[in-house]
Design a protein around this ligand. Structure first.
Ligand SMILES: [Zn+2]
Length: 471
């Protein structure tokens, strides 16, 4: 069949050789062809391909199945001499699903076009999985003598589900314990000219917290409405919250990130970034905060955010319910406690007939939430004063000379929780230079990663591993 197809192709096509892909781009195209959209994930389906790359080079490979069929974690360990604790590189193997009709190419074909690999996960995070894998494989191919084990972990259930790294840590911590780890997180952003504008390395993630806002009123027949209607009362409370803006809360990494943006932006934004990071004048801060907050991502990383996600009220068409509840999802700056948020929301709402509280611990959601709050309390931003952070910064500056490198607060949660909550520093990076356009396709349509960026990113991570793990 293959031969027949070749004969039918126009001569011009058969003669023009496809440009050679680098090893990382080839691996990425291959793993995109294995659909791991979660749910259900089926991350186990990647593991044979990974094992075929790692085992022949002498890695110890362990596959940890989860109670969910087809779902597993893959761990490959390259042994060092044991004089230092391991370094671990973690990448989630699952992706979000697709709206197939909105893609211009098959999202699961690993199409290479115009210098990009297209497909679901190309950026988040199969591209990173390919970069981390290739950098680690290169250590083995080059037979680099190691002073510590280098562990590569392909994770299940990062995008959802019950068997993520937290599950793995509870049952197999010995396999993933390390001195420090790499994960997804910060960005290597390109400028309009195609050069690298800055490298941000996440040292902390924002934390999700849930509060219930419950308005009370008289439960009665709907033919006799009273002024104390619970649903109207909840609506008034939500209206107040909708126009309320939380105050900027800059942790040291965000301050440093804004100073980097100040250096790499044009006026007036450069001034606003600088003011936000350094000024103590309320009026100056307010003006800067408003201007910077027009960017949704920057708005989110400088404050606690509030989003209503569920409404619950009423049970019959002829009954005015005695209560109405909204569920609010907060994404908080590390160090924020539920108690602070409750007090803040009560002050905003200003109505004694509206309760603000955490989901009751007696419910399954409440029990889970209470555990998350307890774990979140143990999380601290990872220090930038470690061998791994310094190696990331210096290898970035070798690959992209003169580039500013800054720590960063990641706007959402990642699987770094499993390590950070156990005191292990985690540094997050999407290890390839990207444009704003590339970034907007993450979890969206026509997700893609530049073939050249995959090569540069692999070079950066490989140099980092040499600095941290080579004897
Ligand atoms: Zn991700």
């Amino acid at each position: 069949m293959k031969r027949l197809v070749m004969l039918l192709l126009p001569a011009a096509l058969t003669l023009r050789a496809a440009p050679a892909l680098n090893a990382t781009a080839e691996l990425l195209a291959e793993i995109i062809r294995i659909n791991t959209s979660n749910p259900p994930g089926n991350e186990r389906s990647l593991d044979d391909l990974l094992a075929s790359q790692f085992k022949p080079l002498g890695f110890e490979v362990v596959i940890i199945p989860t109670p969910a069929p087809g779902k597993a974690h893959f761990i490959a360990r390259l042994k060092g001499d044991g004089s230092q604790k391991p370094i671990l590189l973690a990448a989630h193997a699952d992706t979000v699903g697709v709206e197939r009709e909105k893609w211009s190419v098959d999202p699961f074909a690993g199409v290479v076009k115009d210098g990009y690999v297209y497909g679901r996960g190309a950026l988040d995070f199969k591209g990173g999985l390919a970069v981390f894998a290739e950098a680690v494989l290169r250590l083995a191919r080059e037979k680099v003598p190691l002073k510590r084990d280098v562990i590569f972990l392909s994770e299940a259930d990062e995008e959802g589900g019950n068997y993520n790294t937290e599950w793995l840590a509870a049952s197999h911590w010995d396999l993933m314990n390390c001195e420090f780890a790499l994960n997804e997180g910060g960005w290597i952003m390109k400028n309009a000219g195609g050069g690298v504008r800055y490298v941000s390395i996440s040292t902390a993630d924002k934390i999700g917290l849930t509060l219930l806002i419950t308005a009370h009123g008289t439960s009665t027949h709907s033919s006799l409405p009273r002024p104390d209607n619970a649903i109207f009362r909840l609506a008034r409370a939500l209206e107040k919250i909708s126009t309320y803006e939380t105050k900027p809360k800059l942790i040291p990494s965000t301050r440093e990130f804004f100073l980097t943006l100040a250096k790499t932006s044009q006026p007036p934004m450069s001034t606003y970034f600088h003011d936000l990071a350094t000024s103590s004048d309320a009026a100056v801060l307010d003006r800067a905060s408003k201007a910077v907050s027009e960017n949704i991502l920057l708005h989110a990383i400088m404050r606690n955010t509030i989003a209503p996600v569920f409404l619950q009220a009423g049970f019959r068409g002829n009954v005015i319910p005695g209560s109405a509840t909204a569920t609010l999802n907060f994404r908080t700056i590390p160090g924020t406690t539920p108690g602070e948020l409750i007090d803040e929301m009560k002050a905003v709402i200003g109505d004694p007939d509206v309760d603000v509280g955490m989901p009751p611990a007696s419910t399954p959601e409440g029990a889970l939430f209470a555990r998350d709050v307890e774990m979140a309390g143990k999380i601290h931003p990872s220090s930038t004063d470690t061998l791994l952070y310094r190696a990331l910064a210096s290898s970035a500056q070798t690959v992209w000379p003169g580039v500013p490198v800054t720590p960063y607060l990641f706007q959402a949660g990642t699987d770094a929780f499993a390590w950070r909550s156990r005191g292990v520093p985690v540094y997050g990076i999407y290890p390839y230079p990207i444009t704003d356009d590339d970034l907007s396709r993450m979890h969206g349509n026509d997700e893609r990663m530049s073939v050249g960026s995959l090569e540069e990113g692999t070079d950066m991570i490989y140099k980092t591993l040499l600095a941290v793990a080579a004897k």
